[in-house]
Design a protein around this ligand. Structure first.
Ligand code: NAP
Length: 322
């Protein structure tokens, strides 16, 4: 089969199209004929060498895919054969025509939902839904959503109002992205690439407080946002650190009675996100959630897909098709 193999970490050019043996479904596994493969920002440091790869190299790259189950291994439950499923693997192997994964790691895609849409929502929208559930918005609160034209940020923006946000303020790094964030439901959008953006936010708030901050940028700005948050009831849900660890000391929360909640990791949080995967797929099937597919490229263009993602040009999921 054709697959994108990585022999060593480095620039996008290390993603090479090669012929490799087709995997088979082992015990407890299913074999998926991939129809759509998801490219994620979190894969970039894994390719570039910032993080170690999950398996020794060379290996087939990638974690996310949706496709049809063509083979069920012993003990995997034959009921999945012929079904369209989506998977976020904990190991490499998705940038290929076929991948074998544990049967209990896949989620069945409802009828009428395309593979590209499934892979676009399966992780990012599930994370957004879990964040909104954890935020327990009251119906009258003001929220801040960072990087709102991105994957998780975009779904947060789409879903915040029905989860109880009265006012949605977003951030995005370009005019096109700010326009996109508005189209997804943001009432006001601030440019987070402007170093003074937390002050600009103050102008937008006009003396009101931020009740909930969905924090994915981290870094210096995270600490500066605390001053704009509503004392006592203000809560920050930290789910990413794109600009480094947030500059927040416990004492900064203490004096204003604020709450900081970490929303990441492999334990309970991952279980919640996996459970939410079926919910967001049903929402797509019912027309209650709009999948954000940035672009669809052939598998052979994996390097170009990484360049687009790395350049922060994508608005939603970059999808590869074998
Ligand atoms: N906790 C979890 O379970 C979980 C799961 C998935 C993802 N995440 C986190 O969610 C966040 C968004 O992930 P995503 O998959 O939605 O990504 P994405 O669609 O690629 O969006 C990321 C966007 O963030 C903005 N950004 C700001 N500073 C950045 C920086 N230093 N480097 C890169 N991008 C930067 C960029 O938009 P602009 O052009 O507007 O600046 C970029 O397009 C990340 O922090 C990720 O780690 C968390």
């Amino acid at each position: 089969m054709r697959a994108i193999v990585i022999h060593e970490q480095g620039g996008p050019e290390v993603l090479k199209l090669e012929e490799v043996p087709q995997p088979a479904a082992g015990p407890g596994q299913v074999l998926i004929r991939n129809e759509a493969i998801g490219v994620s920002y979190s894969e970039i440091p894994m390719r570039a060498g910032v993080y170690p790869p999950p398996v020794s190299l060379p290996a087939v790259f990638g974690f996310e895919a949706a496709g049809i189950v063509t083979e069920a291994g012993d003990g995997s439950g034959a009921s999945l054969e012929g079904k369209r499923v989506v998977v976020l693997s904990t190991s490499f192997g998705s940038y290929a025509e076929y991948m074998a994964v544990p049967a209990d790691s896949v989620t069945v895609v409802p009828g009428g939902v395309t593979a590209a849409d499934a892979v676009a929502v399966a992780n990012m929208a599930a994370v957004a839904l879990c964040l909104l559930r954890r935020a327990r918005l009251t119906g009258s609160e003001t929220v801040l959503i960072e990087a709102a034209a991105g994957g998780v940020g975009g779904y947060l923006t789409q879903l915040a109002r029905e989860h109880g946000a009265a006012r949605i303020i977003a951030t995005a790094g370009s005019p096109a992205k700010r326009e996109h964030a508005r189209s997804l439901g943001a009432g006001a959008v601030v440019d987070h690439t402007d170093p003074g953006w937390p002050d600009k936010l103050g102008e937008v708030l006009g003396g009101a407080g931020l009740d909930v901050v969905f924090e994915s940028l981290g870094g210096e700005s995270a600490g500066r946002l605390l001053g704009a948050m509503t004392p006592v009831s203000g809560r920050m849900l930290l789910y990413g650190v794109l600009n480094g660890p947030p500059a927040i000391a416990p004492v900064d929360l203490l004096h204003r009675g604020l709450t900081l909640t970490g929303c990441a990791g492999m334990g309970d949080w991952l279980a919640l996100v996996q459970a939410a995967r079926g919910d967001v797929l049903r929402m797509v099937a019912d027309g209650r959630l709009r999948p954000q597919v940035d672009s669809v490229l052939p598998l052979s263009d994996a390097a170009r897909a990484h360049e687009r993602t790395e350049a922060r040009a994508a608005m939603g999921k970059v999808v590869l098709v074998p």
